[in-house]
Design a protein around this ligand. Structure first.
Ligand code: ACO
Ligand code: ZN
Length: 249
């Protein structure tokens, strides 16, 4: 935006159509200028290209030959599938995902260089194809040990445990790499709630079974959760004390 243009003058997209849902948006997302006069956008649920009119989408759907996200299937469990999409090979898809995510997230600059990211797209599959329910992005080489940049569950699919699954998946990737991981900051309220829930469950499961001494470092090695996040979680649960210069669980 140029200095003399104001954000508030630009109408935001109020609803989107995606697959079989019409979804009300939550926040402002900065779409390309030619969409400034739109209050509703029509997304192709497979390639995530967006259009101004229903007829354009219908025409697109007759041509679009994708039936799942443009990447490799990495994990499958009954009718659910995880696809890994490389932002370098699928730049437009990655960008579309960022536009979409921003509609449900009020902070963060999401228009990053998508080439540097992998996108893990979680789908419910049926005979019509694999329908995206959520995703997270993962920086290929993070210097800050981030294992997740952004996470989204589409509103019609929220509160079904998919967020928790995506978070768990990001830690499994870290374990495979033999690294610890942490989500990129800042976290949204719902993001923090989901992470606190995940960290609490994972740590309490271990502490419940464990006999004898255990250090935060050991917990971190077992879970791939970064030491700072373990400390913060245990502190919020009032399970930790600071004695003689040491944290004691
Ligand atoms: N109100 C209260 N609690 C909620 C709500 C809600 N609206 N939504 C989820 N929760 C709780 C659940 O009860 C659950 O709690 P528990 O761990 O105690 O059982 C926890 O949050 C996770 O619930 P899930 O069903 O696993 O998560 P969901 O699929 O709904 O996705 C997510 C969570 C991804 C944060 C979703 O709310 C979302 O996409 N929000 C918009 C985008 C966003 O804020 N992303 C996070 C930004 S931070 C970052 O990207 C690093
Ligand atoms: Zn398409």
């Amino acid at each position: 935006l140029r200095e003399n243009e104001e954000f508030t003058k630009v109408n935001n997209i109020a609803t989107i159509e995606l697959g079989r849902y019409e979804i009300e948006t939550w926040y402002f997302s900065h779409f390309p200028p030619e969409y400034n006069d739109c209050v509703k956008l029509y997304f192709c649920e497979f390639c995530l290209n967006f259009m101004k009119r229903k007829e354009q989408l219908q025409r697109h759907m007759r041509k679009c030959d994708l039936k799942h996200p443009p990447g490799d299937e990495k994990y499958q469990c009954s009718t659910l599938s995880m696809f890994e999409v490389d932002g370098k090979k699928n730049r437009v898809y990655g960008q579309n995902l960022c536009y979409l995510e921003k509609l449900f997230l009020d902070h963060k600059t999401l228009y990053y260089d998508v080439e540097l990211f992998l996108f893990y797209v979680w789908c419910e599959c049926d005979d019509r194809g694999c329908h995206m329910v959520g995703y997270f992005s993962n920086e290929k080489h993070s210097e800050e040990s981030y294992n997740l940049a952004c996470i989204l569950t589409l509103p019609p699919y929220q509160r079904k445990g998919y967020g928790k699954f995506l978070i768990a998946f990001s830690y499994e990737l870290s374990k495979k790499e033999g690294k610890v991981g942490t989500p990129e900051r800042p976290l949204s309220d719902l993001g923090l709630l989901s992470y606190r829930g995940y960290w609490t469950r994972v740590l309490l499961d271990i502490l419940k079974e464990h006999r004898g001494n255990i250090s935060i470092k050991e917990l971190s090695d077992m879970t791939a959760i970064k030491a700072e996040d373990i400390l913060a979680t245990l502190q919020s649960l009032e399970l930790i004390q600071y004695r003689k210069g040491q944290h004691v669980i």
